[in-house]
Design a protein around this ligand. Structure first.
Ligand SMILES: [Zn+2]
Length: 286
């Protein structure tokens, strides 16, 4: 801390810092989760489709409400950047920031991926995570973050002065162009802050800067979601590979990721319905 700043510290600085933090949003107040039902339903599910995302590339996939999908590591440690949209209305999309506030910086089984305002409903619930053993490491790192935005060519150009076209932002944009026949500029505006699947990240203890370290994911690991609404998903295989050394370039080994879609047995979800959009009147008090 600069000296002039320390000199300005008030006499009661220590006591001001010592007040107890409180959690902003109590997770107990969220609408009840159907996790127990989903975990029962996943026992008898069948794989109905699979998509392979090549290294340093992106792909989209449609997941009907009431289905499960897995993101699977298949050939080597690889990070994936995930976008989710309401399949019928791309303006409702994954809300990384609110998901982080409602759950935590990193998500795992039982956490839900929430949609943007004014929808604010669960788009997907995490039903299984083979990396849930990782927890928090000695550096304060964890897996599957909802902190990082996505690697993008604009920040990369700002920092390095070079064009690179296989950042996750570009991979997701091209995948959406192909899936929805949108002009590039329109598709780009739909690409949003991601869930960093398999990525191991945290904040440095001294400067609180965002760090990454080699992902602990290995072939066979997967994270599984239940689709709460009809979803369009897009996944980019990050050019950073396991994100243990660099990103936004071709210097790191990169591997494909697989997306598997599963259908539960017909009677497995009896009584279940898709969550409604937020009940707020939307009048803003006017
Ligand atoms: Zn990336």
């Amino acid at each position: 801390m600069p000296e002039e700043k320390s000199n300005r510290s008030p006499a009661d600085a220590a006591s001001r810092r010592a007040v107890a933090p409180i959690v902003c949003y109590e997770v107990d107040q969220l609408p009840p989760s159907n996790l127990a039902l989903y975990q029962q339903a996943r026992e008898g599910m069948n794989k109905v489709d699979e998509i392979t995302v090549p290294p340093r590339d992106g792909a989209t996939f449609e997941i009907p409400a009431g289905s499960f999908f897995r993101i699977v590591s298949i050939e080597g440690p690889q990070v994936g950047d995930l976008n989710l949209w309401n399949a019928h209305d791309l303006s409702e999309r994954f809300f990384s920031g609110k998901t982080r506030q409602l759950h935590a910086t990193h998500v795992s089984t039982g956490d839900r991926l929430w949609s943007t305002l004014p929808g604010l409903r669960p788009m997907a619930t995490i039903t299984h995570d083979t990396l849930d053993w990782y927890g928090w490491d000695e550096d304060g790192g964890g897996v599957h973050d909802v902190i990082g935005t996505r690697c993008d060519p604009y920040t990369n150009y700002m920092l390095k002065g070079v064009d690179y076209h296989h950042c996750c932002h570009s991979n997701l944009t091209r995948a959406l162009v192909a899936a929805r026949d949108l002009p590039l500029g329109d598709a780009e505006l739909h690409v949003h802050d991601v869930m960093n699947v398999f990525m191991c990240t945290g904040f440095t203890r001294d400067t609180h800067q965002y760090f990454m370290k080699a992902s602990p994911v290995r072939p066979g690991d997967f994270i599984e979601f239940f689709a709460e609404i009809d979803l369009l998903g897009a996944l980019s295989t990050c050019p950073g590979g396991d994100c243990g050394s660099s990103h936004s370039d071709d210097s790191t080994p990169c591997y494909p990721l697989k997306v598997e879609i599963y259908q539960p047995a017909a009677d497995a979800l009896q009584g279940w319905t898709s969550p409604d959009r937020s009940g707020y009147s939307g009048t803003h008090g006017l």
